[in-house]
Design a protein around this ligand. Structure first.
Ligand SMILES: [Mn+2]
Length: 283
């Protein structure tokens, strides 16, 4: 299952599986995206971009070295339900090996697949411009626009950076009592961060980052861009609070759609992976 591909390793590091703490899983799923296709090229592009980064994380004064094993790309069947099963069983295998899973997408639906490998006690903090709370899209209940709704059936969901939803979604979110930290409400306000802190204090937490949570001026290479997003520094503020008060058990970075020449989206995604690991290691 975990085929080693040295030529495609994250940060250009070849790390022995037994010694690694983190297993990076490239998940090139791009089945249910509705607008711009191309997220299946995200994982490879993020791994390539990571090779231009330093192992040393200067923001956090920590060197991410010899801890990440890079798996070969998961083989994703064309059927969404089967694809979810593959992701679930792969993440379960990583957890059985007592390793920490890091998923790189691919469409956002990969988070739903990953969620099924964890216990129901794990809280999912989902960074996303979109609420992803659609009941079904084009007659299919499994869709990247229904990711949060699907996860919320088993696990508690908290949305951060959200700014795109319908009135129906809004009502459903209120009915389901989903806490939302909207992009427009963030002003570095301590109240915002302390509210989030209280919600996840001492809980097991999974972080999912849909890259469209960022402002499209920073991150243009996504499938469904949305104006008014958060900045990189804001993301770090949120991540510090989450990792500082909860117990991080897994994370993913998803919805990167490579644009070719302009690779800043992939660079930011790769740096986020380094940041998340550095934050967890220094916590
Ligand atoms: Mn989104």
């Amino acid at each position: 299952m975990l085929l080693y591909e040295g030529k495609d390793s994250f940060l250009e590091e070849i790390v022995d599986f037994k010694k690694a703490k983190y297993v990076l899983l490239p998940v090139p799923m791009d089945i249910t995206t509705t607008y711009l296709k191309g997220t299946k090229f995200g994982p490879r592009s993020i791994i390539e971009a990571s090779r231009s980064l330093e192992n040393y994380d200067s923001e956090l004064d920590f060197e991410v070295k010899d801890v990440i094993f890079t798996s070969g790309e998961l083989e994703i069947p064309p059927d969404a339900t089967k694809a979810i099963d593959v992701i679930k069983s792969t993440v379960s295998d990583v957890l059985l090996e007592k390793k920490f899973p890091v998923l790189v997408g691919g469409e956002h639906t990969i988070t739903y697949g990953a969620s099924l490998a964890f216990g129901e006690d794990v809280v999912f903090v989902i960074f996303d411009a979109h609420a992803d709370f659609k009941k079904d899209v084009l007659g299919s209940p499994i869709n990247h626009a229904s990711n949060s709704r699907l996860i919320n059936k088993r696990n508690k969901v908290i949305l951060v950076g959200t700014r795109s939803l319908s009135q129906e979604d809004k009502k459903d979110l209120e009915k389901s009592k989903i806490p939302i930290f909207r992009a427009q409400d963030y002003g570095g306000l301590k109240t915002n961060l302390s509210e989030l802190k209280n919600l996840i204090k001492d809980k097991r937490v999974y972080i999912s980052i849909d890259m469209d949570v960022f402002d499209p001026s920073l991150v243009p290479g996504v499938g469904t861009p949305q104006p008014g997003g958060i900045l990189y520094e804001t993301m770090l503020d949120y991540l510090k609070v989450i990792i500082g008060s909860g117990d991080l058990v897994g994370f993913d970075v998803n919805e990167v759609r490579p644009l070719g020449e302009n690779n800043v989206t992939e660079i930011l995604a790769a740096k986020l992976i380094v940041d998340l690991i550095a934050l967890r290691e220094t916590n």
